[in-house]
Design a protein around this ligand. Structure first.
Ligand code: APR
Length: 391
């Protein structure tokens, strides 16, 4: 069997790559370890930034693959109970960000890709990559019925996340991993409870908390916790008490909790994002701390650049895009890493006396004060939130 691109992983990155390739009439096969149902239910990111909305629009896909209401551009910061509304639109023309939960994007991309003749193969086990530096790499896998398959291709798109197999196919010493552990833990809770009026970030002496919409009747909450806390340490009552205190909202309406996880905030960049004919896309290449909502948006950026590069190669024998892929992606990755790190420190240090010390606390408070009072600082923040392309 033979195709142009084998895409490993059918998360937001892999499905976007496959859908855009089909739009260009380029063949691809997608291999995903989990079932279609599992992938379609996985809940994580929730905001598609304006730049990514424009990207889908440029492919004629915005209406087809994005769901959820438009984001009205207002973010609320609540600092010790005092509310500050920040406008995160950059004033540019065209569509704004969308509050589109990841699973909605995944479901719609799956449908769009299949409608365009996409070849999505779920429950593909034991994926292995061979001859990545040759002219025709091979990908082997085992389908659910136990049959072994071999596919030759021109390119492999490694869209299999941080724990995938594609990056491990790169020999030691080729990639440099830049890692950072923020020393911060988060409890994330998903509940059938009313969404906030605006996405809400709260700073308090008890630590950081946030409340984000995930649908007309559902919300995701974040609570800063010790870095290695276990979700069992957070029974329902403790969750709602902590949220009411940190959000300074004693009347916060509770609801059934449907998911509860803890994790450490960390950031990671692999450089370069290419090895021979393997191109790493999304979480397979980089992890960004969730503050600022950039993880999924970076994956969409990589996917778009990769597909344009393959299209130029196939259609015009122009390899500029393939050659510059890693460098162009990484420029944006570091831009967003810096923003995410800045916002992470700003909202955590500001309320957190114990770990950061009074000096860092004052720095963080000062950054918030500048954001709330300087139009120029607010404009810079809005540009970073919307994902304005660096010149
Ligand atoms: N073989 C095949 N598929 C695999 C393998 C493997 N060995 N390993 C992982 N996968 C699949 C996973 O099951 C998953 O569906 O690859 C997919 C990777 O998806 P994500 O982890 O969501 O990564 P990505 O698509 O890059 O996500 C982009 O969206 O919500 C965010 O946290 C997410 O920031 C990330 C972004």
């Amino acid at each position: 069997e033979s195709t142009t691109v084998v895409v490993i992983g059918a998360g937001p990155a892999g499905l976007t790559v496959a859908t855009l390739l089909r739009r260009c009439g380029i063949d691809c096969v997608v291999l995903e370890r989990r079932s279609r149902e599992y992938v379609a239910q996985r809940q994580r990111a929730g905001i598609v930034e304006s730049r990514a909305v424009r990207m889908f629009a440029s492919w004629g896909l915005a209406d087809l693959v994005l769901g959820g209401p438009p984001h009205d551009g207002i973010l609320e910061f609540r600092v010790d109970g005092e509310s500050h509304l920040v406008d995160d639109r950059d004033g540019s023309e065209g569509p704004g960000a969308r509050l589109c939960p990841q699973q909605v994007l995944v479901q719609k991309l799956t449908a769009a890709c299949l409608a365009d003749g996409g070849d999505l193969r779920h429950e593909a086990a034991d994926v292995s990559l061979h001859d990545l530096t040759g002219d025709r790499p091979t990908v082997r896998y085992r389908s659910a019925d136990g049959t072994l398959h071999t596919i030759t291709c021109d390119f492999v798109a490694g869209c299999d996340g941080d724990h995938g197999v594609t990056r491990t196919a790169v020999p030691d010493g080729v990639l440099t991993a830049h890692t950072h552990d923020h020393g911060i833990g988060w409890l994330t809770v998903l509940a059938d409870a009313p969404p906030p009026a605006h996405p809400l970030l709260a700073v308090s002496s008890q630590g950081f908390a946030a409340h984000f919409p995930r649908g007309p009747h559902s919300s995701r909450y974040y609570l800063q916790c010790p870095p290695d806390d276990h979700p069992d340490a957070w029974p329902d009552d403790r969750v709602w008490d902590a949220l009411r205190t940190r959000l300074a909202d004693p009347a916060l309406v509770a609801g059934p909790i449907t998911d509860r996880e803890t994790f450490r905030l960390r950031s990671l960049v692999h450089d370069p994002m290419r090895y021979g004919r393997l191109f790493l896309v999304g979480d397979a290449a980089h992890i960004v701390s969730p503050m600022g909502g950039k993880g999924m948006n970076l994956a969409l950026y990589d996917a778009d650049l990769f597909v344009r590069a393959v299209r130029d190669h196939v259609r015009d024998q122009d390899d500029t895009g393939l050659r510059t892929y890693s460098q162009r992606c990484l420029r944006r990755v570091w831009n967003d890493q810096e923003f995410s790190h800045w916002l992470t420190r700003t909202v955590h240090d500001a309320g957190d006396d114990t770990d950061s010390g009074p000096f860092l606390r004052q720095l963080a408070r000062s950054r918030l004060d500048r954001l709330f009072t300087s139009p120029t600082a607010a404009q810079a923040f809005a540009e970073l939130m919307t994902g304005l392309d660096p010149a």
